[in-house]
Design a protein around this ligand. Structure first.
Ligand SMILES: NC(=O)c1ncn([C@@H]2O[C@H](COP(=O)(O)O)[C@@H](O)[C@H]2O)c1NC=O
Length: 513
């Protein structure tokens, strides 16, 4: 147990600080503070020593230098069991600090503001605060460090009982280093993004915990959801849950997949997702029409699915949704009557995105692997008709072009190897995550059944052989879209020509694993 005799308090966010200082003062703790903090405490009638009185030096450079002084840092870092350290402190008349209470300049809040200037951001980089926190945390054998008001109570209780326990000091030191590491990571992230660097030599992003989850992908896997400290409008992490049970790990993952797919479309679109793959996607003139199409795509798989819309959910759509069992409905907004209808379903989770920006900031994709991490840019590439070439004799009709580009947007989000069959702006068959391409095609064709006739087929990567063209043709598919680029492209082109199919090359691959 380490008794608290002297505390160094320097906080930007002054909430709760007067109460803490009052209680410390009551148990006989001497308080030393920086300018603004001292003023607040003095105004509350507390006896406080100014940092300048300890350092014998004024706070200068608009506060850029206040606690950065040997008379502060020696008092934090001295090893108290080392005679020589104590002798040196005595020689220079340096006081020891037993407790450091610091919260830092609000860098996160500053850069979260919409039109923050670089100057404002830089001025909110705290230097003296993290130095004190790190010094105290390093020397936690003797010093207690507090960076979070949630810990005031524990420290006060223990201080009142004679001193702060070792395990508390260790826990608070770890928390302090997490705090300064996250603080610096955000500064590094801000400056790195501003410098336009995408894959720097060190990867130092930080996330704040949004919520604990009951478990991860399976009940024996502990899990939590973390959010980017910077506001990313229109993202899942920013969505507001309006109703229903708490989200699970799999819910969040699936909802994210649904959001990514529905964001591809400018026209009203609805997407139903199961296990990270779309089981139904529909585009129509209205939200209700889009949802009806997504439902008709695969009325079996949508059961227990996650549905995302890129338009406000209206009463008509809500009524249709209510007829089936869904886990989540995610949309930019809900009309009041629609909300009332959907809320009748006790467990249905309703997520409001607020806005639905056309171009969201691409977030890097991080995949941990044994001993490391793979980091890549998000696949934000969108294909336009002008990007494509048509190697077959027959060119797609206007209707086929529309359906091919629709299917292409969907196949981009299906796990590889991926094949999507579409007709009338809705999916009719999805073959996902197969180990060979023709296998995915067969699944999609089988699922489509009669609806394969007159449909189009999209493939996320090139045809290594002509077998997918054969499978498609036999099922009644009339046009195909694929990246092209196989050394055996000509065989697929010849096969398509022989059967009168139109084929489009996008020259872009959309693997998704
Ligand atoms: N420069 C310094 O020596 C310094 N020492 C402490 N600070 C910060 O100043 C803030 C408190 O200032 P004040 O008590 O004057 O309101 C705290 O967020 C603290 O982390 C400093 N400010 C920035 O680096």
């Amino acid at each position: 147990m380490n008794p608290i005799r002297r505390a160094l308090i320097s906080v930007s966010d002054k909430n709760g600080i007067v109460e803490l200082a009052q209680k410390l003062s009551r148990i006989g703790v001497e308080i030393v503070s920086t300018g603004g903090t001292r003023r607040v405490l003095t105004e509350a009638g507390l006896p406080v020593i100014g940092v300048s009185e300890v350092t014998g030096f004024p706070e200068i450079l608009d506060g850029r230098v206040k606690t950065l002084h040997p008379r502060i840092h020696a008092g934090l870092l001295a090893v108290r069991d080392e005679e020589e350290h104590i002798r040196q402190l005595n020689e220079h008349n340096i006081p020891l600090f037993d407790l450091v209470v610091v919260n830092l300049y609000p860098f996160e809040e500053t850069v979260a503001q919409p039109r923050v200037t670089r100057e404002a951001a830089i001025e909110n980089i705290d230097i003296g605060g993290p130095s004190m926190v790190r010094a105290a945390a390093k020397n936690h054998r003797y010093v207690t460090v507090v960076v979070d008001p949630d810990d005031y109570g524990t420290v006060l209780d223990q201080a009142a009982q004679g001193g702060v326990r070792q395990e508390t000091r260790e826990r608070l030191a770890a928390k302090a280093f997490r705090h300064t590491a996250a603080y610096d990571a955000l500064i590094a992230q801000y400056l790195t993004e501003n410098a336009g660097e995408s894959h720097p030599e060190k990867w130092t992003v930080t996330f704040n915990k949004a919520q604990d989850l009951r478990y991860g992908e399976n009940p024996h896997q502990p899990a939590a959801f973390y959010r980017d400290p910077l506001p990313r409008k229109g993202t899942l992490a920013e969505a507001e849950q309006l109703h229903g049970k708490a989200l699970s790990y799999n819910n969040i993952n699936d909802a994210n997949a649904a959001l990514e797919i529905v964001s591809e479309f400018d026209r009203p679109a609805a997407v139903a997702v199961k296990h990270m793959n779309p089981c139904g996607v529909g585009v129509e003139e209205t939200a209700a029409g889009a949802f009806r199409k997504a439902y008709e795509s695969d009325p079996v798989s949508i059961f227990g699915g996650i549905v995302a819309l890129n338009r406000t959910v209206d009463l008509e759509t809500a009524r249709k949704m209510k007829e089936i069992f869904l886990e989540i409905v995610l949309a930019p907004d809900f009309e009041e009557e629609a909300l009332a209808v959907l809320k009748e379903k006790k467990n249905l989770r309703l997520l409001r995105l607020g806005e639905f920006p056309d171009e969201r900031k691409a977030a890097p994709r991080i995949q941990t692997v044994s001993g490391g991490a793979l980091i890549q840019a998000e696949d934000k590439k969108r294909i336009r008709r002008e990007d494509c070439t048509v190697p077959t004799r027959r060119k797609p009709t206007e209707e086929e072009w529309e359906q091919l580009l629709f299917a292409w947007k969907v196949v981009k989000h299906v796990k590889s190897n991926a094949i999507v069959l579409a007709r009338n702006s809705r999916t009719v068959g999805v073959g996902a995550g197969q180990m060979n391409r023709v296998g995915a095609a067969r699944i999609a064709v089988e699922q489509a059944g009669k609806e394969a006739v007159g449909s189009v087929l999209a493939s996320d990567a090139f045809f290594p052989m002509k077998d997918t063209v054969e499978t498609a043709a036999q099922a009644g598919v009339t046009a195909l879209i694929q990246p092209g680029g196989s050394i055996r492209d000509q065989e697929s082109i010849d096969e398509a020509d022989r059967r009168g199919l139109a084929m489009v090359f996008t020259h872009t691959r959309h693997f998704k694993h």
